[in-house]
Write a protein that binds this ligand. Structure first.
Ligand code: ADP
Length: 408
């Protein structure tokens, strides 16, 4: 592979969408990114975004193949096809089979397929994306970057549920954790930003987007995380409740005569901020309503912050020492209110909010938001999963060919 191949195509293939980014391996901001939507539905469209702005156009067909063809046509128009070094695919569930990102081979595809029962909504579309991309770009390496891989360092006491062991052995019932790419990235960034020792640190990273999870990271390794076998466990999210007594779920099913599918919908789509506020799953809207006195919205934020603080406290117990709590994701990066409410509940750790710094950390600005002292600090770090996927992919492709330009 010639050394002038410097672009990585990052693909995130969902059931009705294809998200993409073109990363130059020497810079963190994508050259081009976008989203094909309504695949499998009516009026499919694709949106391209670059430094110049945004453009949306219709797709010829409502399938993933047409979406990737449109992406490749755009790359060709920009003269970038020959510069493509590799493709990085985001895959949600790697079960216990993947502990790190890997180059895609037939055996890897079979392993991702074997994990599909654990993520029936996510792995099949990811596999579809992989197959389509392999067919169209057969001459360059493809890599799989798995959301679960980072958490494979959790010890058994953190990942086992106390249900009969046969459930683990026969059905893989255990905690896997998600958002691994983001937790790994922000932990790495926080260590650099805070001047911590890469081989001796303890962090709790909180990724708060539409879904949310918190992770205990020690010396670059995940030791425990709030999401479980599925993304339902742990923190309060936009439409998911996070932790809930399994007995309460059984009770609601009996009391309301709900079937599995209906309960699934309630837990994945109708709960969380939306369920509590009876207004919106969107934190911005919930905050705006709370500011105007909406009781449900205020309550939703209180429960959200309480649960998050409770998890930070619990996760810290896996660490040798807590150096920092790191906020990221749409809410973590942009909501001074949620951060302040959470830190107010973390007083036993001895952290004091720096209110002015907290207000400054929005829209991608990162930094410390607590007053300097002897205890742990709190910081904001903007996540960049596409860049992390591109880095992993570039490294694997470099190993495969030995000639990829080294990124910074
Ligand atoms: P996803 O998990 O889909 O990638 P994001 O990481 O983009 O989502 O996070 C989306 C969440 O971030 C939404 O709840 C949104 O309201 C919230 N958010 C974005 N900007 C702000 C803001 N300024 N204040 C509060 N919440 C915000």
């Amino acid at each position: 592979m010639p050394p002038d191949k410097n672009l990585i195509l990052v693909l995130n293939s969902g059931s009705s969408s294809l998200k993409f980014a073109v990363q130059d391996i020497a810079q963190r901001t994508p050259l081009l990114s976008g989203l094909a939507e309504r695949l499998g539905g009516m009026q499919p469209v694709i949106t391209f975004k670059d430094a110049e702005g945004k453009r949306t156009q219709p797709l010829a067909e409502a399938d993933h193949g047409a979406a990737l063809d449109a992406v490749l046509a755009e790359l060709a128009a920009r003269g970038w096809i020959d510069q493509l070094a590799a493709v990085g695919h985001r895959v949600v569930h790697g079960g216990e089979r993947f502990t790190r990102s890997v180059l895609i081979t037939p055996a890897v595809i079979a392993d991702i397929e074997a994990c599909s029962p654990l993520a029936p909504l996510h792995n099949p579309p990811a596999l579809l994306g992989i197959r389509i991309a392999l067919a169209r770009l057969p001459g360059i390496p493809h890599a799989a970057v798995l959301d679960t891989a980072f958490h494979q360092t959790m010890p058994p006491e953190a990942y086992l549920y106390a249900v009969p062991m046969a459930q683990y052995r026969d059905w893989g019932v255990r905690r896997y954790g998600f958002h691994g790419t983001s937790h790994r990235f922000v932990a790495h960034e926080a260590v650099a930003m805070l001047g911590l020792d890469p081989a001796d640190h303890g962090l709790v990273t909180a990724h708060l987007g539409n879904g949310g999870s918190a992770t205990a990271v020690q010396d670059g390794r995940s030791l425990d995380t709030s999401m479980g076998m599925t993304p339902l466990e742990g923190l309060v999210m936009g439409t998911r409740p996070g932790d809930i007594d399994a007995g309460a779920v059984l009770h609601m099913m009996r009391a309301e005569g709900l079937g599995v599918a209906e309960m699934d919908t309630m837990l994945n789509k109708q709960s969380g901020l939306l369920g509590l506020s009876e207004l919106s799953n969107d934190c911005r809207e919930v905050e705006a309503a709370a500011a105007e006195g909406h009781v449900g919205a205020k309550l939703a934020l209180e429960v959200f912050a309480h649960r998050l603080a409770r998890y930070v406290g619990a996760l810290a117990m896996s660490l040798r020492r807590l150096d920092a709590v790191v906020f990221t994701g749409g809410i973590g990066e942009n909501s001074p209110q949620v951060r302040a409410m959470t830190l107010a509940r973390l007083r036993p750790f001895g952290m004091t909010l720096d209110a002015a710094a907290n207000e400054r950390m929005i829209r991608g600005a990162g930094g410390v938001i607590t007053v300097a002292g002897t205890g742990p600090c709190a910081a904001v770090v903007a996540t960049n999963e596409e860049w992390m996927i591109a880095c992993d992919t570039a490294e694997l492709a470099r190993g495969a060919s030995g000639s990829l330009v080294k990124g910074s």
